[in-house]
Design a protein around this ligand. Structure first.
Ligand SMILES: Nc1ncnc2c1ncn2[C@@H]1O[C@H](COP(=O)(O)OP(=O)(O)OP(=O)(O)O)[C@@H](O)[C@H]1O
Length: 472
């Protein structure tokens, strides 16, 4: 827990002082990119498509902007906290003065990220990304706009929620979910062998796959997949971050039919295998095209390195590199220098795997290698995922047994260096309540129904009471 005296209250008038004071605090838990983390590069050949989503004007005065999404999960305490703060605000909006900064948690190319809380509601943690627009070039400014636009359109458990976008003075401030468990790059470095166990890799990359599937279904090509950008939430599930290199493209979702062989039990009449027609939803931005060379060296796809234009396939290539790195501890085409890495990627040589250590390798490694080989196909037209997106990748035997719609309720793997706060997931999964818990539930319910009527009659502020009742 942070000491109250290290907290900085924000006022619109003393912004510079607040952000600078906190930023200069040397904090033991500062997780700014370590020297080992790889930085993203941007080499622009044609920016016309890059900023397709960045057309809104940036106001110079405070323009509080928060986007409550009614269809989001009702148990998100952050929305409840924001709702409380904005309900009590004179103009119904969230302002910087409602926030208090606790500490700097990281910094990157564009700005700094702080752990922050609401001034009058201390239980919800947020990450506030603060970008000083005065210090950025016009290209970086367009990246900030892209990030803000993309963030405001996201609504997925493995992607950040943007609670507020504040433009104050020369600062752009984005209020998002806070991830206290660092990123996958740091987690990998904490493993004695420098690699993660296969079950942990399967869990993390399955969640990344769903996040990419969602982005692609919106026509967003991510372009900066790497362990550094995969943050781990308090509950051990992932959150993809850093959307400044994304680009938007058109998307035409379709329903595809295919034949599937369904295995049955074998009998004296032979194998019971039957064909079945299945219809699948496919939403993949197959016509996406950009010439900008952006990304992180070791994760760049060959078509990105050649500079002849690229599309959605760069994310599926990077997905293959990610699985490789988490399993083997280094990326597949890494050379002695950045140039030799790029040469290895561009060459016709395929991916090679380190020899297995010991006599027996972990179960599932053969399937993992097969998936990686199918993703790291140099020609994007033949690469897995490029035509039908995540639909095809999810069916690969590496992911056998994963119940995709339930993954949010899976218990995260136990991995060295990952402290996961266990949630009441059993109850959320519909676990059977004990008789004692059932009695408590009915007691609380009757208590609630008694107080509900009296509360409504006391105050006419309906919003306030819907919050209070929700909280109880
Ligand atoms: N939501 C969050 N919760 C916790 N830490 C975060 C969060 N977002 C970012 N960070 C930390 O802040 C650092 C910088 O954040 P981010 O990558 O978004 O900044 P950036 O300026 O866009 O960086 P980049 O150089 O990658 O473009 C990250 O490395 C991470 O450690």
């Amino acid at each position: 827990m942070e000491q109250e005296d290290s907290v900085y209250y924000l006022a619109d008038s003393d912004l510079d002082l607040s952000f600078t004071s906190v930023a200069t605090t040397t904090d033991r838990s500062l997780s700014a990119r370590s020297s080992l983390a790889r930085s993203s590069l941007t080499l622009s050949f044609n920016e016309s498509r890059l900023s397709a989503a960045s057309t809104t004007a940036t106001p110079s005065t405070a323009v509080p902007n928060c986007h409550p999404r009614p269809h989001r999960r009702h148990d998100n305490p952050n929305w409840a906290a924001i709702h409380a703060a904005t309900t009590l605000s004179s103009d119904g909006s969230l302002h910087l003065r409602h926030l208090k900064l606790h500490r700097l948690v990281g910094s990157g190319n564009l700005g700094r990220v702080f752990l922050c809380r609401l001034r009058d509601y201390d239980h919800a943690n947020f990450a506030l990304k603060v970008v000083d627009r005065d210090s950025l070039t016009s290209k970086k400014l367009s990246h900030v706009q892209t990030e803000a636009e993309i963030l405001s359109s996201l609504d997925h458990p493995f992607l950040p929620t943007l609670y507020a976008h504040l433009e104050v003075s020369h600062y752009t401030c984005l209020l998002m979910d806070y991830c206290p468990n660092g990123d996958l790059h740091a987690l990998l470095r904490k493993q004695p062998s420098g690699r993660l166990p296969i079950q942990a890799v399967r869990f993390f990359v399955a969640e990344v796959l769903l996040a990419l599937e969602y982005l692609h279904a919106q026509g967003i090509v991510y372009r900066d997949l790497k362990p550094e950008n995969i943050l781990i939430r308090e509950d051990g599930h992932i959150m993809l971050s850093d959307f400044d290199l994304c680009f938007h493209s058109d998307i035409s979702p379709k329903l595809d039919s295919r034949t599937q062989i369904k295995e049955g039990s074998s009998s004296c009449f032979g194998d019971r295998r039957r064909e079945e027609r299945v219809t699948e939803f496919v939403a993949e931005p197959t016509t996406a095209f950009s010439r900008s060379c952006v990304g992180t060296h070791e994760y760049l796809a060959p078509e990105l390195v050649s500079g002849n234009g690229h599309g959605n396939g760069v994310d599926w290539w990077a997905f293959g590199v990610l699985i490789y790195e988490l399993l083997y501890g280094s990326t597949p085409f890494k050379g002695g220098s950045k140039e030799s890495t790029l040469r290895n990627i561009a060459s016709t040589k395929g991916v090679r795997f380190p020899a297995a250590e010991g006599e027996r390798e972990e179960a599932g490694m053969a399937e993992a290698r097969d998936l990686i080989e199918k993703l790291l196909v140099k020609d994007p037209r033949r690469r897995l995922g490029c035509t039908r997106g995540a639909t095809d990748i999810k069916r690969h035997p590496f992911f056998n047994g994963i119940k995709w719609p339930l993954i949010r309720t899976y218990r995260p793997p136990e991995v060295r260096g990952l402290a996961v706060k266990r949630s009441k997931s059993k109850a959320q999964l519909g676990g059977v309540a004990s008789p004692r818990r059932r009695r408590c539930f009915w007691k609380r319910l009757s208590h609630l129904t008694r107080i509900k009527a009296s509360k409504y009659s006391l105050n006419s502020n309906h919003n306030y009471y819907s919050y209070v009742n929700h909280k109880v």
